[in-house]
Design a protein around this ligand. Structure first.
Ligand code: GDP
Length: 469
């Protein structure tokens, strides 16, 4: 493993009250000590502040100045947090320099450290070291990125549970079961004369393998139904012109309207915006409508609408309560096929004297919400309805956490191998052959936690992190 000492700014770009530079590796403490003068300035530190060699104690904070020893120039007043190996994020010596949060000052401190032989860290390199040094497994390391990127309470909760090792525990118990099946198979290979025991072992191995397959399949299902929590839902607003789609979009966004972005390349634009509601992150798209006889300019907008409809997780089909249902409404509804849909009956403020809308029998089957986008009534209930649809799909997965795509692909591989193990045991195939499939299942499981993982897979995973993490 690369044993160089690395450093990076760990706080986001831009200005802030505090900016943190993280330094990790064998030379972290000596390099920082070389450019640091303690406060109270001019006074010697007392014994209780330093270790036996006069150096920094672990898990202490030190106030002082960073200065350039060559020119003597003072750069900033800082606080150092010192964490000696192995009790640190990376399990190496770590110093976090809490400076003032200006990009120029942080850059100066970083350059000073680099001039002392410290190397700038790659994206994710601190977490990669935490993984390589055995502080966390790969699922926990991946959860750190999820935690940083979490945009809703639900995805935050999921990242925290994964970071504290809940997914690792399930995966480890799967591994243990597979190893115990392997143990009995290997006993059968080594001691074929113990024929009676072998029959018992095969029966037990089969039961255990079936249980393992169920556990793996539960995790795979959790991925399918829970990807909403990871990625958020794509809720698409659709309906014919003037039913109130844009007004509904504005209502859903409230003051967040400022982040609405136009999607380039459409003449009658589709507009997309991000919001978080009831702990679920949502991308809402207001579409251009679906006229049946479009002119060439409108056609572009319609194609975009159709793309949105195809990728939608939930469709909000808006109808105007003051107008009779027309062919276009029905045609739109028919195009939604098997998408989860909520019929949003808008303009209910007019309903008292102008309720002329009657739903088609097919529409009557769908959940219906009455709103007034003009007055904002019914909007909270609509948001709740969308969140309920998301949570009911996640609850049915039966797990508090959801594998990511990489983990899901490995679970697929493990499921296939375990299915072969089950078939092999049922058909009383040679234990030598069944054990090949078992080994395959175990190595897929090991790749999830990173027990065995190729360097290029690690490169790919950690390159998605930010520098300083
Ligand atoms: P879009 O073409 O479907 O995006 O519809 P708009 O949001 O542009 O709304 C069309 C017209 O309907 C505008 O004049 C809105 O003010 C009006 N409108 C939208 N929602 C309501 C509502 O809930 N009640 C009433 N009375 N008018 C509404």
């Amino acid at each position: 493993m690369d044993s160089s000492t690395i450093a990076a700014v760990a706080t986001p770009e831009g200005t802030g009250g505090i900016g943190v530079i993280r330094v990790s590796g064998p030379d972290a403490i000596t390099a920082v000590a070389a450019v640091f003068r303690r406060a109270p300035f001019g006074q010697k530190p007392s014994d209780s502040d330093t270790d036996a060699s006069g150096g920094f104690k672990s898990w202490r904070m030190y106030l002082g100045h960073i200065f350039d020893p060559v020119s003597g120039t003072l750069i900033d007043e800082v606080i150092l947090a010192v964490m000696r190996a192995p009790y640190s994020y990376t399990r190496e010596d770590v110093v976090e320099i809490q400076a003032h949060g200006g990009s120029r000052v942080l850059e100066k401190i970083l350059n000073l450290l680099i001039s002392y032989g410290i190397r700038p860290a790659q994206p994710g390199e601190f977490t990669r070291r935490a993984f390589i040094n055995g502080r966390v497994d790969l699922t926990q390391a991946e959860a750190v990125a999820d935690l940083i990127n979490a945009r809703s309470d639900a995805s935050l909760d999921m990242a925290v549970s994964q970071m504290t090792g809940q997914l690792s525990n399930v995966v480890s118990s799967i591994r243990q079961s597979l190893v115990s099946v392997l143990g009995s198979l290997e006993a059968a290979i080594d001691f074929p004369e113990a024929a009676g025991d072998e029959m018992d072992d095969a029966g037990q191995g089969l039961r255990l393998s079936i249980e393992v397959l169920q556990q793996i399949n539960q995790l795979r299902e959790a991925y399918e139904s829970g990807r909403f929590l990871r990625q958020g839902v794509q809720a698409v607003i659709i309906g014919r012109p003037n039913v109130g789609k844009s007004s509904l979009m504005n209502c859903l966004l409230n003051q967040q309207r400022a982040i609405v972005t136009e999607i380039a390349g459409t003449t009658r634009d589709c507009i997309e915006a991000f919001l978080t509601t009831r702990g679920v992150s949502m991308v809402v798209a207001d579409t251009a409508g679906l006229r049946r006889d479009p002119d060439p300019i409108e056609r572009l907008g319609i194609e975009k609408t159709q793309e949105y409809m195809a990728s939608a997780d939930i469709v909000l089909h808006v109808l105007d309560v003051s107008l009779p249902l027309d062919d276009e409404d029905v045609a739109i509804y028919e195009q939604l096929m098997d998408k989860p849909v909520v019929i949003v009956i808008n303009k209910t403020d007019l309903a008292g004297h102008e309720k002329v809308l009657h739903l088609s029998p097919a529409m009557e089957e769908a959940p219906c919400m009455a709103v007034s986008a003009l007055h904002g009534t019914g909007i909270d209930e609509l948001k709740q309805r969308i969140a309920d649809m998301v949570f009911s799909s996640v609850a049915s997965a039966g797990h508090g956490f959801i594998p990511n795509w990489r983990q899901k692909c490995l679970l697929d591989q493990a499921a296939e191998a375990v299915s072969k193990v089950i078939a092999g045991l049922e058909n009383q195939r040679l234990p030598e052959l069944v054990s090949i499939d078992l080994h395959e299942a175990i190595s897929a499981i090991d790749e999830i936690t990173g027990k065995y993982v190729e360097t290029d897979v690690l490169d790919e995973i950690f390159s998605r992190y930010c520098v300083g993490k």
